[in-house]
Design a protein around this ligand. Sequence first.
Ligand SMILES: Nc1ncnc2c1ncn2[C@@H]1O[C@H](COP(=O)(O)OP(=O)(O)OP(=O)(O)O)[C@@H](O)[C@H]1O
Ligand SMILES: [Mg+2]
Length: 217
Amino acid sequence: MIVALLNQKGGVGKTTLALHLAGELARRGRRVTLIDADPQGSALDWSQQRSREGLPRAFGVVGLARDTLHREAPELALNADMIVIDGPPRVAGLMRSALLAADLVLIPVQPSPLDGWASAEMLSLLTEARIYRPQLAARFVLNRCAARTVIARETAETLADHDPPVLSSTIGQRVVFADAAQTGRLASEIAGDSPAAREITALLVEISRLGIGRIAS
Ligand SMILES: Nc1ncnc2c1ncn2[C@@H]1O[C@H](COP(=O)(O)OP(=O)(O)OP(=O)(O)O)[C@@H](O)[C@H]1O
Ligand SMILES: [Mg+2]
């Protein structure tokens, strides 16, 4: 299965969630490849940082920030249980290509009512992609949620009425995710039994239960 983390808004957690979903599945012994489709190369930077720190490779990271991504991804998928695509902010061509490659699009959003959670352009690209790929599934993922705030709940209720629907697993605002990004680590490596690590596990379980494509739990 090919999962793409996409949102044209910057800094919503595409890279954080892509790395952690890939890491969680790899930890379970699955073959995972992360495609870094962002010209900024943040996932590749993370992987390089990891190697500098002398840490073992967690999963393969390949840079593929090209509009031809959808033509390359199926072949990579032959040798993997899951492909995770870390999408770029803004670039519409790359977004379109990632949408054509994916079985499931996860749209990370920050649960603030002041923050339009996905751009109209992103949603219209999704509609457009579904003309070619009617099976393409999409879900919002609430990221950086403050602990049980009213705002987060309200946003979840608002999102539940929408297409795409919102996943019930949410990811909190947690320092360990920021540390992980900087040190080439995963939250579960910094703090094994932390709320952050448990949230990622729950997210992966929920995704595998969607029954999209072939994914091991
Ligand atoms: N749940 C979280 N808790 C704490 N910090 C987070 C969380 N999610 C993301 N961050 C931090 O927020 C910043 C932006 O996250 P990230 O890089 O994952 O977003 P992005 O959508 O990939 O951004 P871009 O659009 O620039 O690629 C990073 O510094 C990251 O460590
Ligand atoms: Mg990113």
